[in-house]
Design a protein around this ligand. Structure first.
Ligand SMILES: [Zn+2]
Ligand SMILES: [Zn+2]
Length: 374
C-alpha cells in the first residue's frame, strides 16, 4: 500500500494518540507516562525499543529493513511547560510537543506497517527540550552514533506559517548566557576614593555591552538581564555585583564572535574602574546547521503532501535539536509546520487546527518511506 494511504487509514488511532498525550502533560525530565505510552505503541508495531535512555525518560526505537543501508532518524520532543494556575504549578502542553510526538509516532506506525526495504529507521523521543538538556543526553547515550540523517518537526505560530504550509528548514538562532561576578573594594560612603564601586563597574560593563557591534547582515543581540548590587547600607560603597547577559545570534559563527566580544566587554568594563571580574559562559543552544541534501529531500516530501513547500523560516527562538548536527555530526532537516496556531507557542491559551497533526504525520512518513523504500 502507498504510505499516504496507510497514514490515512490510521487517522482514528492518530487522534486517539494525540488526545491521550494531550491529557498527560509532564514536566521536563519527568515524562514518565508519556514515555511509557509511546514505548508501548512502538513495541506493538514491532520496533526494538530502548527505554530510559541515559537514565532519562528518553526512548530510542529501531526498525530494521530487509537490507542494510543508511540509518535514518526521526526525533520528537515529549515535555510540557510548567505554568502557575490559580497558585498551583501545572504542566500544560503549550509548545505542541504532544502534537510533535504524535506526528512522529504516527509516521513510525505507518512505516512499520509497510516495512522497510533498505536501511534502518531510528525513532528518538527525547525528554527535556524546554530546559535544553534532552538532545545532549540522547547523544551521550552513544545510541545515535550510527545515525546518518535526522528530521524533526514542530508546529509553528500563525505568524510564521498557516495551516497547510510547511518548511523543511526551520532555522532557529543560537542562544547563550554569560554570568559576571564583579569584585570591587568596600569603603565608607564619605571616602569613595578608598574603595572600588562594583556598581560603577557594572554601569561601565552595561555601556560596553551596548556598544558591541557585529556584521549587521546576520541578526544578533546582547543585553543585560540581571544586575544585582549594593543595598546593604546607604553609606557603604558596594564591593560585589552579579550580572547576567543574554546573547542571541542567527548563525553559530556570529555567536562565537558575540561570545568573545561580550567577554571582552565585561572584562574591559570592569577594568575602567579597577574592579576584578569573573566571567562564565553557560547554557544556550547552537543555531540551526542543516544539511542541504536532507533539506531538499524533506522539501520533496512536503511537496508530495501539500503541493508546495515554504522557504526556510528564520526564527529567533532556540531549540536543542541542533545539537544533533553540531555535536552529533548528524545531517539534519527540521520541518516547521503551520497549523493556524494562535496566539503563540508557550501561551497557556494556545489553540491550533488539529488537521495539521495528520498532515505532519504524512510528511514524515513520506520522508522516511522515500529514503528507506526507494
Ligand atoms: Zn517550547
Ligand atoms: Zn517546542
Amino acid at each position: 500500500m502507498e504510505i499516504l494511504k496507510i497514514v490515512e487509514s490510521l487517522k482514528d488511532e492518530v487522534y486517539s494518540i494525540y488526545n491521550h498525550l494531550h491529557s498527560i502533560p509532564e514536566k521536563s525530565w519527568e515524562e514518565y507516562k508519556t514515555s511509557e505510552f509511546i514505548k508501548g505503541k512502538l513495541e506493538e508495531a514491532g520496533f526494538n525499543v530502548t527505554a530510559n535512555v541515559n537514565n532519562t525518560t528518553g526512548i530510542i526505537a529501531v526498525l530494521k529493513g530487509k537490507e542494510d543501508g543508511i540509518v535514518y532518524s526521526v526525533r520528537a520532543d515529549m515535555d510540557a511547560l510548567m505554568f502557575n494556575v490559580d497558585g498551583a504549578e501545572k504542566a500544560v502542553h503549550a509548545c505542541s510537543h504532544d502534537a510533535n510526538s504524535t506526528m512522529a509516532l504516527a509516521a513510525a506506525l505507518a512505516v512499520a506497517k509497510k516495512g522497510i526495504k533498505k536501511g534502518t529507521l531510528k525513532m528518538v523521543f527525547q525528554p527535556a527540550e524546554e530546559v535544553l538538556g534532552g538532545a545532549e543526553s540522547m547523544l551521550e547515550s552513544g545510541l545515535l552514533s550510527d545515525v546518518d540523517e535526522m528530521v524533526g518537526i514542530h508546529l509553528r505560530p500563525i505568524q510564521e506559517a498557516k495551516l497547510n504550509q510547511a518548511t523543511p528548514a526551520l532555522s532557529h538562532g543560537a542562544s547563550g548566557f554569560m554570568n559576571a561576578t564583579i569584585k570591587g573594594l568596600n569603603s565608607h560612603g564619605a571616602r569613595p576614593h578608598l574603595g572600588i564601586n562594583a556598581i560603577d563597574a557594572g554601569a561601565a560593563i552595561v555601556n560596553a555591552i551596548n556598544a558591541i557591534k557585529l556584521n549587521p547582515s546576520v541578526p544578533y543581540s546582547v543585553k543585560t538581564t540581571k544586575f544585582i548590587a549594593g543595598g546593604s547600607a546607604p553609606n557603604v560603597i558596594p564591593d560585589k555585583a552579579e550580572m547576567v547577559f543574554d546573547m542571541r545570534a542567527q548563525t553559530n559563527e556570529a555567536m562565537e564572535e558575540l561570545i568573545e566580544k561580550t567577554k571582552q566587554a565585561i572584562i574591559n568594563g570592569a577594568k575602567t574602574v579597577g574592579a576584578e571580574v569573573e566571567v562564565e559562559h553557560r547554557g544556550g543552544v547552537p543555531g540551526a546547521a542543516h544539511d542541504k541534501d536532507v533539506v531538499n529531500r524533506t522539501r520533496e516530501a512536503i511537496i508530495e503532501v501539500l503541493g508546495e513547500a515554504m522557504d526556510p523560516i528564520i526564527t529567533p527562538g532556540g531549540e536543542d535539536f541542533h545539537y544533533y548536527s553540531t555535536k552529533g555530526n548528524i545531517k539534519t532537516a527540521y520541518i516547521g509546520l503551520g497549523a493556524d496556531l494562535t496566539p503563540g507557542l508557550h501561551s497557556i491559551d494556545m489553540v491550533y487546527n488539529k488537521e495539521a497533526i495528520l498532515t505532519g504525520a504524512k510528511i514524515i512518513a513520506v520522508a522516511v518511506d522515500s529514503r528507506l523504500n526507494s
